[in-house]
Design a protein around this ligand. Sequence first.
Ligand code: 6CS
Length: 380
Amino acid sequence: MIIFNKKFLVLLIAILSLGLFLAACGGGDSEESTGGEEANGGEESSEESEGESSEGSGEGEFEEQEWRFVTEELQGEVQYEYAAEFAKRIEEKTNGAIKVEALEYGALGSEVDQAQLLQQGGVEMAVMSPGFTGGQVPDGQIFSLHYFFPADPAKTQEVLTNSEALNKDLRAKYEEHNITPLAFWTEGSMAWTSNVGIEKPSDWEGLNMRVQESPLMRESYDAYGATVQSLSWGELYTALDRETVDAQENPLFFIESASFHEVQDTITISNHNNYVAMTTVNTGWYNGLSDKEKTLIDETVTEMQDWVFEEQKRQNEAGLEAIKSDEEYDTKVIELTEDQIAEFKKVAEPVHEYYRNEVKGIDPELYDKLKKEIEEISGE
Ligand code: 6CS
């Protein structure tokens, strides 16, 4: 029997909406398309940029236009609230000339569909998790290494904001695929949920772990003895409920708002990784904007690094509180000790070297540069 719960309906609506949307925009390469085809190297024909990226009509003014900003989360969650705050700031700064429509998960399909839409120019902007394009941009998989970035979200945010390896070198790699990441930011430390209560690496043996589309995530969990399955988060509640998947990782606010704790008995505070999201724009579209428009976007994105850090912190604290005080669903919260974390590190750290030396398409220099930047910030 099919269980029509909230998550299932979100997925169904997503699939139907995507079909309608793709039919309407002709797969993204119609004249209405904003950014040209994938991997156009950021070049855009003069026809495409005409009328979309001209200078404002006067000093300090902007031409009227509308940008679509798709996110992988629902209203109230960090990514959506980021897009809504960005929209508010842009409208204020342009006296309403530029309107930004924040779109929640489900409006345009799954996370993978959304990434493709951005690449094709079906939307101008997206909050994107690197895990969904790991097959296309292998270097973006660096965010799925365990115990690589600092455990402290504030330090990770500092790395994400200031790293040249990410904001210059990795950005260039995404741009080969018509995705320009303008900023990287954390949605908080991820925790593991399961019914077994994960406390040591061997607890993973025989578990089927849900992952995003990043091949490296398989390696990270393989090392602990788990199998993996990639799924959109819209399918995850049902998969956990039916036990076709046994475990998943996410920041605490997301575990609570997606109700994963309702169908999992335990949460392990593992500090194994921070969730990273990127503010992205379609490269062809962005390159076709005027300098004034680019500066408007860049400055707003920069300002919002502190805003989003505070937002995720607030939401993660509230999420943990809500899980702990939930009287209907009792969830055991396990906090790993330093000794337990050391056991996980012993297994996870060889995957760092494997990633650097063995994974196809990886740039070892980018890895080395980022590692050095992380060491400088974490003071190790
Ligand atoms: O687990 C996921 O796939 C989802 N998690 C978060 C925190 N944001 C969106 C993403 O798709």
